[in-house]
Structure formats: structure tokens, C-alpha cells
Design a protein around this ligand. Structure first.
Ligand code: GSH
Length: 214
């Protein structure tokens, strides 16, 4: 049985929960009280991940940190269709990887602003918000051009990929860090499409798609 070291309010942990749910993979949750307990900084958790970061996934003998790596592993191992982490085309594989890297930028900006505002973490919230807006502008323009080409997702192709799962949480939670999505209409349409993926699950602060809305 897979074990996920997890925290409800963590967007990085939610990425793993979301893909596991979409793929219908069962797993056991091990809650780590990230806030207010700061248990991720204590020896018991540092023995699991010396970096003191959530999430961590264990599957048999494998122990894996880093949310993007977890997405890649889960997709390769538990998605027989191969569509969530497509490797057939070098061009598409490269672009999926590019957006997985982009997701790290969202953690460093949108997530940091949320942690500063909501949980009192010592980050420069204004700089984080500026950084997030720069990323959102790039993403919105990309998605707008994708839509013009009949493409719904971050990477080319008919189906969503791990790139969409990786980028979704901290875009969706951005308002908790004071980052409005009002001026990013293509992003708003994309988040709505992600919410309609069969098997989609919510987390605190992320709600289901509104029935009938676009
Ligand atoms: N690059 C890592 C970042 C993980 C991360 O920042 N996790 C947060 C919880 S959402 C954390 O544990 N932060 C504690 C720290 O960085 O000290 C990933 O994608 O998993």
C-alpha cells in the first residue's frame, strides 16, 4: 500500500492526492502537522525527508520526495494509458517537463505569499506576489494561444498531463496569498477544465466546478 506523508492545507501534497484520486489508486495518509505544529522540522519527520518538506510518498521500498517527482512516478507506475506522462513524442515530453519546472516557480512565489499571509512564514510576500503575477501572465498568454489552436491543456495533446496537475494547486490557492486571478481569463477557463477532470477531488480553499458555468 502506498503511504503519503501529507498535510491537508498543502498544495504540494494536494498534487499527489489529486493524481492518485484521478487514477483511482488507494493509499494511506500519514498526517504531518505542518501548521501550526511545525512537525516537519522535528527529528521524526527529518528521518523521512532530511529536507523537512512535504509531500513524501512511500511505495514498497521506494521513498520519494518532491511533488513533481511523485507525479511522474505515480503516472508512470499507475496510469496504464500513459497519457498523464506522455513519452512518445520528444516535443511533448519536453514541454511537460518544462511545466513541471514552472510549477516549482509557483511554489516559490504564489505558495510563499500564501504561507506568509496565512501562516506567518517569514517570506517577502510582496516579492512573492510580484513573482507570481509574472508567472501567471506567462501562463495566461500560453493558455490563450493553446486555446486558439484547439488545445485545452498546458502541454500539447488531447488530454491533460501531470503538468496540469503540478501547476493547478498554487494557481487555484493564489487568492489566499493576495494574488487575484481576475486579469487572467485563460487561466480561469483552464482551472475550470481541470476541475471537470473525472475523479477530481477538492482540498480546503479549492472548490468543485460550478454546475453549468464555463
Ligand atoms: N519542491 C518541493 C517543495 C515542497 C514544499 O515546499 N513543501 C512545503 C509544504 S507545501 C514544505 O514542506 N515546506 C517546508 C520547508 O520548505 O521548509 C516539492 O515540490 O515537493
Amino acid at each position: 500500500m502506498i503511504r503519503l506523508y501529507d498535510f491537508d492545507l498543502s498544495g504540494n501534497c494536494y498534487k499527489a492526492r489529486l493524481l492518485l484520486a484521478i487514477l483511482g489508486v488507494e493509499y494511506e495518509r500519514r498526517n504531518v502537522d505542518f501548521f501550526p505544529g511545525l512537525k516537519h522540522r522535528e527529528p521524526e519527520f527529518l528521518a523521512v525527508n532530511p529536507l523537512g518538506q512535504l509531500p513524501v510518498l512511500e511505495d514498497g521500498d521506494l521513498r520519494l520526495a518532491q511533488s513533481q517527482a511523485i507525479l511522474v512516478y505515480v503516472a508512470r507506475k499507475y496510469d496504464p494509458s500513459g497519457r498523464w506522462y506522455p513519452l512518445d513524442s520528444p516535443e511533448i515530453a519536453g514541454q511537460v517537463q518544462q511545466w513541471l519546472g514552472f510549477a516549482e516557480g509557483l511554489t516559490a512565489t504564489a505558495s510563499a505569499a500564501r504561507l506568509a499571509d496565512g501562516m506567518g512564514f517569514d517570506f517577502d510576500a510582496e516579492a512573492a506576489r510580484d513573482g507570481a503575477h509574472k508567472l501567471f501572465a506567462v501562463m495566461d498568454e500560453h493558455l490563450w494561444f493553446q486555446e486558439r489552436q484547439g488545445q485545452d491543456w498546458l502541454a500539447p495533446g488531447a488530454a491533460p498531463t501531470v503538468a496540469d496537475i503540478a501547476c493547478f494547486p498554487y494557481v487555484m490557492l493564489s487568492e489566499e496569498g493576495g494574488i487575484s486571478r481576475e486579469t487572467y481569463p485563460a487561466i480561469r477557463r483552464w482551472t475550470d477544465r481541470v476541475k471537470r477532470i473525472p475523479g477530481f477531488v477538492v482540498m480546503p480553499g479549492i472548490f468543485p466546478a460550478v454546475l453549468g458555468s464555463q
